[in-house]
Design a protein around this ligand. Structure first.
Ligand code: OXD
Ligand code: MN
Length: 593
């Protein structure tokens, strides 16, 4: 064994001495290993076979009802200096956190198998990719990690070459919410997670490594780890623009990444290519552009709402070889969730379905599936150097005020727009749903360090020679007075992306406003869409008074991060606030003259 792998072996030995498993299994990531684990889990009841005629290779996992979402209040960033974690994270001193976790891990794998999972986040030969090793006692985690990462022998070979890897230790423990913690030690490239089997808490390659630890690594190494989808839009000339877009959890990233163009667009030859649906790692290339990879190899998507109407690509992606978690089941044993045709007979907890118990599928029920099964999987998704980005999009659920789309004036303004992002909360995390909260760059639950330092890092990409993507903000979720959505969304979102591409290519003039550039009349392609003029006006209206209040709230929000908030961002907030005040004064000035 090479000395680099000896370091891994030493850590595995230490963990085994602490957790005392009955046996240790080093995962090779093979199909045979996967099949064996599935068989074993079918026997223990951890997996339930679904209808193999309609859904070959598909299985259902029911989690403990108290363990169905990320637990942000139990998630900690444990830096030596509390300030480094920032007010955006829960913090614990590393020594205390290790002591707390090691007490929980003590003997926790007795009688169980300890799995050692070497994995790579990103294409295995990509310089942007990074490796990790997760140790877990959950076979459910192993089979999901096999789909979500490049797992097994090739990852181990890369770890042997490079020597460095992120250490993740996980145990489902007793699934007791009182004994559940997700701890990150960015300075030690280490994660310790106990007491949950839920994806975001237990598949450590995803949120824990690819966002919290990676964002920290990225700061010192000059790149960005973001909560963004990556999609390629091919125009009728055969040119593809890649767009990365950040939305908070369960706001439609998977749908946008797999969008099907409206009929007229399809006839004209527009195509959409999926690179990633949740996480984007990007860094400047030699030509000054930002290049992006999807560090994941699969989708861990929200099932409810996924239907033929909303996302037919996702539906065909998950027609085979998919693990479903906490969905309902029909009489003929097909997976079911709200939004699908058919009738559930058994709910997500395995009870006979009764509407009095709430939705049949848990609102955060999920599917885990290989990205390659997506009909629109991009042939460039495996490019080692990544794909060049033309645009970055920020968005959230904003029922009022925020227009359908606007473009930031420049990079610094774009960073402000991302920092100011707000959205109604969803079922992806425990806690109240539908409450407006600021979620800067959709990274509130995931930035592994102080938001002030994070924004400073973002600002630093604007340097001589940089050819940065344009930054936009969208709001698909604007509601009318009757509470209904004003914009049809889904495939029709391509109309907005087309306008962005026109802006990138210098083909749309737009209208300048204090908050940014909006589409000028006629610039949004609306053929085939029944959208009345009043609705369009509302969608593209800038309510100056409302925005003055919003800018004041953004100002307060920035100040809540104290001295580490870069002055440049305060200046940007003041610039926009002043532009709004000037615009409000302009009509008065005109009257006076
Ligand atoms: C996810 C999330 O699972 O953001 O992607 O919660
Ligand atoms: Mn996510």
């Amino acid at each position: 064994m090479s000395s680099k792998l000896e370091a891994l072996q030493r850590w595995v030995d230490e963990v085994a001495a602490l957790t005392r498993p009955a046996q240790i299994h080093w995962c090779d990531g093979s199909e045979t290993e996967y099949r064996q684990l599935v068989q074993q889990m079918l026997q223990t009841g951890d997996l339930i076979e679904l209808n193999q005629q309609t859904h070959p290779g598909c299985y259902l996992h029911r989690s403990n009802p108290s363990d169905v979402a990320r637990v942000e209040h139990l998630t900690f960033v444990c830096t030596k200096d509390e300030e480094d974690a920032g007010p955006n994270n829960h913090w614990m001193a590393p020594a205390d956190a290790h002591a707390k976790m090691d007490a929980l891990f003590d003997g926790c794998m007795e009688g169980r198998t300890m799995y050692v999972i070497p994995y790579c986040m990103g294409p295995i030969d990509s310089p942007l990719a990074r490796c990790g090793v997760e140790i877990t006692d959950s076979p459910y985690v192993v089979i999901n990690m096999r789909t979500m990462t490049r797992m097994g022998a090739p990852a181990l070979a890369r770890i042997e070459r490079e020597g460095s890897f992120v250490k993740g230790l996980h145990s489902t423990g007793e699934l007791d919410p009182e004994r559940r913690f997700i701890m990150h030690f960015p300075e030690e490239l280490t994660i310790k997670s106990y007491g949950s089997g839920y994806g975001g808490n237990a598949l450590l390659g995803k949120k824990c490594h690819a966002l919290r630890i990676a964002s920290y690594q990225a700061k010192s190494e000059g790149w960005l780890a973001e909560h963004m989808l990556i999609v390629g839009i091919e125009n009728p000339k055969g040119e593809t623009h890649y767009i990365a877009a950040a939305f908070p959890s369960a706001c439609g990233k998977t749908n946008l990444a797999m969008l099907i163009p409206p009929e007229g667009y399809r006839k004209d030859g527009w195509k959409v290519w999926t690179v990633g649906d949740d996480i984007c790692w990007m860094r400047p290339g030699a030509d000054g552009r930002l290049y992006a990879i999807n560090p994941e190899a699969g989708y861990f998507g929200v099932a409810p709402g996924t239907s033929d109407g909303t996302n037919p690509n996702a539906l065909s992606t998950i027609a085979k070889d998919t693990i479903f978690t906490n969905v309902a089941v029909t009489a003929d044993n097909q997976p079911w969730w709200e939004g699908l045709p058919g009738t559930p007979v058994t709910d997500w907890q395995g009870r006979p379905y009764d509407p009095a118990n709430g939705p049949a599928a848990h609102p955060n029920s999920r599917f885990t599936v290989s990205a390659k099964q997506c009909p629109t999987w991009s042939s460039h998704a495996e490019d080692a150097q990544g794909v060049p980005l033309s645009a970055i999009v920020f968005g959230g659920r904003r029922p009022s005020l925020v227009p359908l789309v606007f473009e930031a004036k420049d990079w610094a303004h774009g960073v402000l727009v991302g920092a100011a992002m707000g959205s109604e909360t969803t079922a992806a995390a425990t806690g109240a749903v539908g409450v407006l909260r600021r979620d800067s760059m959709a990274m509130k639950p995931f930035a592994g360090y102080h938001y002030g330092d994070y924004f400073r890092h973002w600002l630093s990409f604007d340097r001589p020679g940089a050819k940065l993507p344009k930054i936009f903000h969208v709001n698909w979720f604007r509601k009318g007075e009757d509470g209904r959505f004003l914009w049809p969304g889904f495939g029709d979102n391509l109309r907005v992306l087309e306008w962005m591409i026109q802006r990138v290519e210098g083909q749309a003039a737009g209208v300048d406003t204090p908050i940014g550039t909006l589409p000028a009349k006629g610039e949004l392609q609306l053929d085939g869409l029944a959208l009345d003029a009043h609705t369009l006006d509302t969608l593209l209206h800038v309510d100056h008074a409302g925005w003055q209040d919003e800018l004041a709230a953004i100002g307060e929000y920035l100040h809540s991060f104290g001295d580490r908030m870069p002055q440049q961002l305060h200046a940007e907030q003041q610039r926009v606030a002043q532009a709004l005040d000037d615009a409000a004064d302009a009509p008065r000035a005109a009257l006076a003259s």
